[in-house]
Design a protein. Structure first.
Length: 250
């Protein structure tokens, strides 16, 4: 895509759930207002955290058996099922609604990012593929955990889900974020089993995924820094994601 501005790459350290979600929302708002560039953000979680899909009931989380019901919890902007973030790399991709990658519709982003995940894992002899089928789960019906659900764009390994994504779409911007789970210490969340140490997988995906996404998307992905106003905007939103009004809203 000659002439398309590069996507900025942000590499964040592990952060708590409210901060991670606040940063994604701040980016979506600023990118949609053309105050920030299109951004690919890679991050982790400072402690095991359950993120609820936008439409999920908090009561369903509270009813989980321990240890899950005792973990930190946050609600996402995006829909879908809950995710237990632990031994994984999370990404968010934020684009203005007029970006060329959205010319064929926002679902194209799922294909581009997930194909980049698949090609990043292949040199490590992890032979994943796209799922190719969608089950009958809905935002409010179906298995509690996202990784027990199936969508045709999911990344699947040996019949189990390795990576999944969700979107929030506004008139101004699209925020897509997803999890690539590389280890599982909690049997209640069904995931694929990856035969590499989780820390190694996170490290090489931080290095390789941006380049593979640049290749699949046909544009440049360039390392960048947070603009001074962006963390400040996110900090204002942290209280929202840490508070009961948002977290227990459904």
């Amino acid at each position: 895509m000659s002439g398309t501005p590069a996507i900025r790459l942000l590499q964040d350290p592990p952060l708590d759930g409210p901060t991670n979600m606040a940063r994604d929302e701040a980016l979506m708002t600023r990118v949609g207002a053309f105050q920030s560039p299109p951004t690919l953000r890679l991050y982790e979680w400072s402690r095991p955290t359950v993120s609820l899909g936008y439409f999920q009931r908090f009561a369903d989380f509270a009813a989980l058996p321990p240890p899950l019901s005792t973990l930190a919890v946050v609600r996402r902007l995006t829909g879908g099922g809950a995710i237990l973030h632990d031994l994984e790399l999370t990404y968010s991709l934020t684009l203005p609604s007029n970006h060329p990658l959205l010319a064929d519709g926002p679902n194209r982003l799922y294909e581009l990012v997930h194909d980049a995940v698949i090609s990043s894992l292949a040199p490590r002899r992890v032979q994943a593929d796209r799922g190719g089928r969608t089950d009958d789960s809905t935002p409010t019906r179906g298995p509690f955990f996202c990784f027990a659900r199936r969508h045709r764009f999911d990344v699947i390994l040996d019949g189990a889900k390795l990576a999944g994504s969700a979107q929030r779409r506004t008139q101004a911007a699209v925020l897509q974020h997803g999890s690539i789970i590389l280890g599982n210490r909690f049997s209640q969340q069904p995931t694929a089993i990856v035969d590499i140490p989780a820390a190694d997988g996170i490290s090489f995906l931080r290095d390789d995924l941006p380049a593979e996404f640049a290749r699949t998307a046909g544009l440049a992905v360039s390392p960048g820094d947070w603009l001074p106003a962006e963390p400040a905007d996110a900090e204002v939103l942290v209280a929202k994601y840490a508070g009961d009004v948002w977290t227990r809203r459904a």
